[in-house]
Design a protein around this ligand. Structure first.
Ligand SMILES: NC(=O)c1ccc[n+]([C@@H]2O[C@H](COP(=O)([O-])OP(=O)(O)OC[C@H]3O[C@@H](n4cnc5c(N)ncnc54)[C@H](OP(=O)(O)O)[C@@H]3O)[C@@H](O)[C@H]2O)c1
Length: 333
């Protein structure tokens, strides 16, 4: 069987990702050993952190070396198994990477029992949903009636975080790029308002939507958008620093939050977090989120592209705001 794969070939530090950062290769799959499984990758997920792994400038995960298969999570079908725990035909999730036929060890995969919603294990019930859930419950600590601003609100994490704040009884305003995304926030996800940062003046719009300031800012983007939000805080505000996708544009790579002095006047707390710190609580978080999905309280919007050859382009698209909700790529049915 032929395994098609994309290897890391370049490090996009201080510049956008380019096609030359990947090398495409085809290779015959090897025999599997005891405890291993041959998989058929079905759907893979994309997240901005992948660019950070390519750059190799953060040290919170194992380094991704030049020549390694590009890292990502995915869901896959078991084609062959030398493990007691999994059988041919099982649907599993794990770090399947950018390849069509991964071979993984039984320790590194998880069975998906809910085969009626397998892709949710890459979105709302996977790392994206858990990031939103823990960022809301552990860092933001919402109270009913709180005013919340979510940045990067139409992406995977932002759209889920906003909905979880709504479930907690907050007033939620989202910031996203473009009219269509802003309408989606209000009409599909139930946000109370939205600001298109590409065409509207952010400061003016925040003053109108949150005249008394925000009790919580859930920030996925950093840079100038975070800086503007810091001018619109209520007393004792909490700012959850989830991500800094704006840094990937070279023009504001080193942009700092000049308005941080407002943290003093508003006695505010700004806290970064990693979803990985709360992995021991995955089961209970997942069961809550699953119930919300089943009850129709949480919509897990997936942006599903198709075709393995489109993996590099799909990743690049995150940094141009091409995705609505969680970005996935279907490799096979
Ligand atoms: N702390 C953690 O443990 C953890 C875990 C997972 C993810 N994260 C972080 O959470 C954030 C969101 O992740 P995600 O998976 O939800 O991302 P996503 O779905 O891929 O969202 C990406 C969105 O970010 C927006 N964006 C891109 N460049 C931007 C810029 N220069 N300024 C403002 N917005 C920009 C775009 O939407 P627009 O069209 O609206 O611009 C794009 O659609 C990322 O920063 C990610 O690294 C953190």
């Amino acid at each position: 069987m032929i395994n098609k794969k994309f290897l890391l070939a370049g490090r996009p530090v201080g510049r956008p990702i380019s096609d030359d950062d990947f090398e495409y290769k085809e290779e015959e799959t090897r025999e599997i050993n005891d405890g291993e499984l041959l998989l058929e990758n079905m759907v893979i997920e994309f997240q901005p952190a992948q660019k950070g792994w390519m750059e190799n400038i953060s040290n919170y995960v194992a380094p991704l070396e030049i020549g390694d298969v590009m890292r990502c999570s995915g869901i896959a079908r078991v084609l062959d198994s030398k493990s007691e725990k999994f059988k041919k035909g099982d649907i599993v999730s794990g770090q399947t990477c950018w390849q069509t036929h991964p071979i993984l060890n039984e320790e590194d995969i998880e069975i998906i029992e809910d085969t009626d919603m397998p892709t949710a294990y890459l979105g709302a019930l996977g790392g994206t949903g858990l990031t939103a859930y823990f960022g809301v419950t552990k860092i933001s600590k919402p109270n009913p009636g709180d005013t919340v601003i979510v940045t990067g609100a139409a992406g995977g994490v932002g759209s889920l975080a906003g909905q979880i704040f709504k479930i907690a009884g907050c007033k939620v305003y989202g910031i996203a790029g473009g009219k269509e995304k802003c309408e989606m926030l209000i009409n599909e996800f139930g946000f109370d308002g939205a600001i298109d940062y590409k065409s509207q003046d952010l400061n003016e719009s925040l003053s109108k939507l949150c005249p008394n300031g925000a009790d919580i800012v859930y920030d996925n983007v950093g840079g100038r958008i975070l800086n503007d939000c810091l001018l619109h805080l209520a007393l004792n505000a909490r700012i959850a620093i989830c991500g800094i996708i704006s840094r990937h544009k070279t023009d504001n790579m080193n942009f700092g939050p000049e308005n941080y002095s407002n943290l003093i006047f508003k006695r505010a707390t700004m806290q970064g977090f990693l979803m990985l710190d709360y992995m021991s609580e995955t089961a209970s978080a997942r069961s809550k989120m699953k119930k919300w999905i089943e009850d129709g309280k949480l919509i897990c919007k997936e942006d599903l592209r198709e075709g393995f050859e489109n993996a590099p382009d799909t990743l690049k698209g995150l940094f141009d705001g091409k995705n609505k909700g969680k970005q996935l790529l279907k490799i096979t049915n």
